[in-house]
Design a protein around this ligand. Structure first.
Ligand code: PMP
Length: 373
């Protein structure tokens, strides 16, 4: 099986599983307990916070461990909302764990705006500029789109915020970029950055939120006061330690140029068929968006899986819903959306894997197309 749905999740490293086991079966102490063994675990968790801060190139700010990026996004947005004259700006391209929080804010009576996408997949910066003002409390934008792979220009967003809404907080959903695309929070002054371990070969159900100024954050989970009160609940020690290992293990630059070559290879194979269309976004090498004339993406995805190639039809979290908010906003027609596939890579793949998978995808597509036409 050749797995090309790495934006949905990645295979966990064996070493992460070993570490998880160590902290589940041997060093299993509750980090909040008072004895020395527990204190050691607490110190090790601190080490993972430092590892993440280092990867984000910053000494400033805190890391709150969460149960994954859905929770990180909820915490950043719900935890920074304030009553009174406050406004909230979201990218229409956000993952459901951001978009549906925005909808909930709207339902609660807050002033919420959505910024459209440009043809290249990035947010419409001019529209964002027009919405920013002194009442803007929070701006939330994805770094890399999980649907299209488009990369938003974070420096540009920071400078717009600084110029037109200097009091506004900036939340970036970094799930598809953390450990994949370098970012220096020392240079780019972002207030919140969400990440999720299972997108970079760590375990599922564990993630983190980077917070520049933690004093301003309100908790959304109440209980025993773990994570300095910002996220109660006994920490997922094994998961966090395994996440730390995965972060340490990744060489972002090396992977980036290698994965770029994988994506280019796939593009060259698929574009040999004039009925296959590559969606050219200003994007991450890890994600390729394609549509296949006359064939339903879901049908092709299932048939390709039977033939040994796993690809996605888009965000796994929204794959059961009809339509696609992000592609619709980009101006894609119904037919293009229905025949869309998302192919997403990892540095674990070989060029031979891509050659084989590309061939199988085209053969499967042409088989189905011949039957439906
Ligand atoms: N944001 C983005 C951009 C994502 O791709 C995902 C995962 N599909 C999430 C948030 C949610 O992450 P998690 O699965 O850790 O809740």
């Amino acid at each position: 099986m050749i797995y090309l749905d790495n934006a949905a999740t990645t295979k966990m490293l064996e070493e992460c599983a070993d570490l998880y086991k160590k902290y589940a079966c041997n060093s299993f102490f509750n980090p909040s307990a008072g004895y020395g063994e527990a204190g050691e675990i607490k110190k090790e968790l601190e080490g993972v916070r430092q590892t993440i801060l280092k990867k984000l190139d910053t000494l400033e700010g805190d890391i709150v461990f969460t149960g994954g990026a859905t929770e990180s996004n909820n915490l950043a947005i719900m935890g920074s909302r304030r009553n009174g004259k406050t406004e909230y700006i979201f990218s229409v391209g956000g993952h459901p764990s951001v978009y549906n929080v925005a909808k909930e804010l709207e339902r609660l009576g807050f002033v919420v705006y959505f910024v459209n996408l440009q043809k290249n997949g990035q947010i419409d910066y001019a529209m964002l500029e027009g919405l920013l003002n002194n009442n803007t409390r929070l701006i939330s934008v994805e770094h890399v789109s999980n649907e299209t792979g488009a990369i938003n220009d974070l420096e540009r967003i920071v400078s717009l915020r600084d110029k037109y809404a200097s009091k506004a907080l900036l939340h970036i959903d970094g799930v598809q970029s953390f450990c994949k695309i370098n970012l220096s929070l020392n240079k780019t002054k972002i207030d919140f950055y969400s990440l999720s371990a299972h997108k970079f070969h760590g375990p599922k159900g564990v993630g983190a939120l980077y917070v520049r100024n933690i004093k301003g954050l309100k908790s959304i989970v109440f209980g025993g006061g773990q994570e300095e009160g910002y996220r109660s609940g006994t920490e997922n020690v094994g998961g966090i330690m395994a996440m730390g290992y995965a972060v340490n293990n990744i060489d972002i630059e090396k992977n980036l140029s290698y994965v770029r070559s994988l994506k280019e290879k796939m593009i060259s194979i698929l574009s040999s068929d004039s009925h296959v269309h590559i969606n050219q976004f200003e994007g991450s090498p890890y994600i390729l968006s394609v549509w296949f004339e006359d064939v339903n993406g879901e049908t092709l995805m299932r048939a390709a899986a039977k033939n040994g190639v796993i690809v996605g039809t888009g965000s796994a979290c929204s794959s059961k819903k009809a339509g696609n908010r992000v592609l619709e906003n980009l101006g894609f027609g119904k037919e293009q959306i229905k025949s869309h596939l998302r192919i997403s890579f990892s540095a674990e793949l070989s060029i031979e894997d891509i050659e084989k998978a590309g061939k199988i995808l085209l053969e499967t597509y042409n088989d189905i197309r011949a039957r439906v036409l």
